[in-house]
Design a protein around this ligand. Sequence first.
Ligand SMILES: Nc1ncnc2c1ncn2[C@@H]1O[C@H](COP(=O)(O)OP(=O)(O)O)[C@@H](O)[C@H]1O
Ligand SMILES: [Mg+2]
Length: 264
Amino acid sequence: MRHDSDQAPASERGTAPRRGPATGRDGTGKRPAVVLRGASKTYGRGRAEVHALREADLEVPEGELVVLLGPSGSGKTTLLNLIGGIEPPSAGEVLAGGRDLSRLDEDGRTAYRRDTVGFVFQFFNLVPSLTALENVRLVAELTGRGDRERSAAALAAVGLDERGSHFPAQLSGGEQQRVAIARAIAKDPALLLCDEPTGALDLDTGRGVLRVLQDLNGEGRTVLIVTHNAAIAAMAHRVVRMRSGRIVEVAENAAPAPAEEVTW
Ligand SMILES: Nc1ncnc2c1ncn2[C@@H]1O[C@H](COP(=O)(O)OP(=O)(O)O)[C@@H](O)[C@H]1O
Ligand SMILES: [Mg+2]
């Protein structure tokens, strides 16, 4: 387990450590966590055909925090869904978690998602009739890792150890999103995929969520954040820019900013 159950996240401590890029990375010999080769996704047929993603090539080294940036409709969610095994590519290859996702059938993708990927969405998607802790356990149980201690540790890792018995309606938006992050990490996934995780939050609350994501990345987890908010790119090791279904730029950032400095 990589959770630190003794400390609130830096966002709740008075003196947040300024976490730069994950330590110990020397820029060489990093294994790719995700590789796309000519990955495309087309929806519909004939006149209704939509090229949501066109021949995407991308390598995401293990342990990086990557921001996928682009306007609405540019293919960000489509790309994330291919990496997350939610959908297969129409063409090309998607390699992640040691598997070639383009060759997996639906059952194979389900197993890959369950064992390898944590998902965080814009609108939290918590079950309103379950407490925070029960929401975390519900998903962790799918992987056989739904024990109370592990789920409680995940809540502690996002600074919510005191709120486990609260229902979503009793929590602020930022707290709900942190429960959703705890739910995603309770099974200890290698990959954390976040689709507009601050899209429904104000600046301060959004920064708190970004701090949690940066801390999780600092522990060695590979984190992908999809956003249309260019400000968030400042905290990435790598920024992937998309437009009209294409990756138009991939830029490395030698000095990612701490989440506290992100502003919009
Ligand atoms: N299931 C789908 N069926 C048809 N078109 C889709 C589907 N999902 C996405 N699209 C289309 O693909 C394009 C890219 O969508 P999306 O990946 O959701 O963009 P973004 O996340 O950047 O806003 C858009 O034109 C969208 O309407
Ligand atoms: Mg989207």
